[in-house]
Design a protein around this ligand. Structure first.
Ligand code: CTP
Length: 401
């Protein structure tokens, strides 16, 4: 959820500030871009150099840049607009009260007032301060503004007292923010299976029967689904591609039999399955133990049929919305419709090799999306990332209907 997100972390002056070094690490590990604003008192608790090193960005704390004779200043409006989300952690009683009342006497507060993105705050203070009526008023006002509170937890406090007021642990803050962001997304809570790439069917230890699929279409479908909030299991045949979104569980396989097994292992749990793999229809009947030596005579390799993964998923379909691909050269629509019905699909994505730039081995694709009412929607030639997004735009309303 946090991958590629611009996160502005505002750190205020409480002992829990020392934990923000771990928080920055976790945000960076989750793929976020992090910029840190420290209040002056926060820099007594945590070093700007540590935070700058971990966040890979300069840490700022005053309006004016510190070099001598500079006219340059830290632009709170620009920082506020840069941020996809702002997180104030730890948020002291003092800063929360100022945020609630529109005070603007430091860079963090000015940036807060300029930010248009969601703002999260993780309070940290002693238990009596946490319970004080004025603090409660700050919480109420800030949540009424639409800011999101990450509640403090109970435990031992820096004062030695026990009670509510400990800042949530960095792992919990990251989980809280990720959960919050995923809730509004159309595939939040959904599990998706995607098959991608070619399969290699062994002839002997060094040779195989395969095809030119790169896996790009399936990988783009997986990234798009994960960006829309889904948890994705991507079962891919041999491919050089890697995944970006942490919500994709990539299972690499080689043969059609392995792809069949990996797909069936998760199928019962998924809400949507898309078979985008270019599965080899046949495999050598026997696999030689040793490398086959050349001879002067002809060589014939007997092939036997592979299981049709998509067909088998259609046969045991219950709640799943099942989508197949059809790559055709003639009678395209009639063939694709036939496959949709024969394999018990909810939709089929048709590529025609008669369309330049479509099919596999290309960075682009041109598709027709056919649903089970046999309604056809035709799309222009686009990048495979754009095609993936078009396909999800067709699937989402149908699974929510
Ligand atoms: N597919 C599959 N397992 C196979 C073969 C195909 O899951 N062993 C899936 C593909 O991932 C694709 C769809 O079935 O989603 C269409 O495959 P295709 O090879 O075009 O169709 P076939 O039914 O095999 O017919 P034909 O090869 O005759 O066109």
């Amino acid at each position: 959820m946090l991958s590629g997100k611009n996160i502005l972390l505002g750190i205020t002056g409480g002992i829990a500030a020392y934990k923000t070094t771990f928080l920055v690490r976790l945000l960076i590990k989750a793929g976020a871009n992090v910029k840190v604003i420290l209040t002056e008192s926060a820099s007594s608790f945590v070093s700007p150099l540590t935070l700058a090193t971990l966040s890979k960005n300069p840490v700022v704390s005053s309006f004016v840049k510190t070099e001598e004779h500079t006219t340059d200043w830290n632009n709170h409006v620009e920082m506020g607009l840069w941020a996809d989300l702002m997180l104030v952690a730890p948020a002291t009683a003092n800063t929360l009260s100022k945020m609630a009342n529109g005070s603007c006497d430091n860079l963090l507060l000015a940036t807060y007032l300029s930010a248009k993105c969601p703002v999260f705050f993780a309070p940290a203070m002693d238990l009596d301060m946490y319970k004080h009526e004025s603090t409660k008023v700050s919480f109420e006002k800030l949540t009424a503004f639409g800011n999101i509170m990450i509640p403090a937890t109970s435990g031992e406090l820096a004062s030695g007292l026990h009670g509510e007021g400990r800042m949530a642990e960095p792992e919990d803050i990251v989980a809280f923010v990720s959960d919050y962001l995923s809730k509004g997304l159309p595939l939040s809570g959904k599990k998706v299976l995607i098959t991608a790439g070619p399969t290699y069917e062994a002839i002997d230890p060094v040779r195989f029967v395969g095809n030119h699929s790169t896996g790009l279409m399936g990988f783009e479908l997986a990234e798009a689904a994960a960006d829309l909030g889904a948890h994705v299991v991507l079962v891919s045949g041999p491919s050089h591609l890697t995944t970006k979104n942490g919500n994709i569980d990539l299972k690499r396989v080689v043969s059609a039999d392995e792809m069949y097994a990996a797909s069936h292992e998760v199928y019962d749990e998924v809400d949507v399955a898309i078979c985008a793999a270019a599965v080899a229809d046949y495999r050598p009947k026997t696999v030689a133990d040793q490398k086959i030596k050349k001879s002067d005579s002809e060589l014939s390799i007997a092939l036997t049929k592979n299981k049709d993964i998509l067909f088998s998923l259609g046969a045991k379909k219950k709640k799943q919305f099942l989508v197949g691909f059809a790559l055709e050269t003639e009678n395209e629509e009639a063939n694709a419709k036939g496959k949709l019905q024969r394999k018990n699909l909810d939709a089929i994505v048709l590529n025609s090799l008669n369309d330049p730039g479509a099919g596999f081995g290309t960075k682009t694709n041109k598709i027709r999306f056919i649903d089970k009412n046999l309604t056809i929607k035709t799309f222009e030639l686009k990048t495979k990332a754009e095609v993936a997004s078009d396909i999800w735009n067709e699937i989402i309303p149908r699974i929510h209907a």
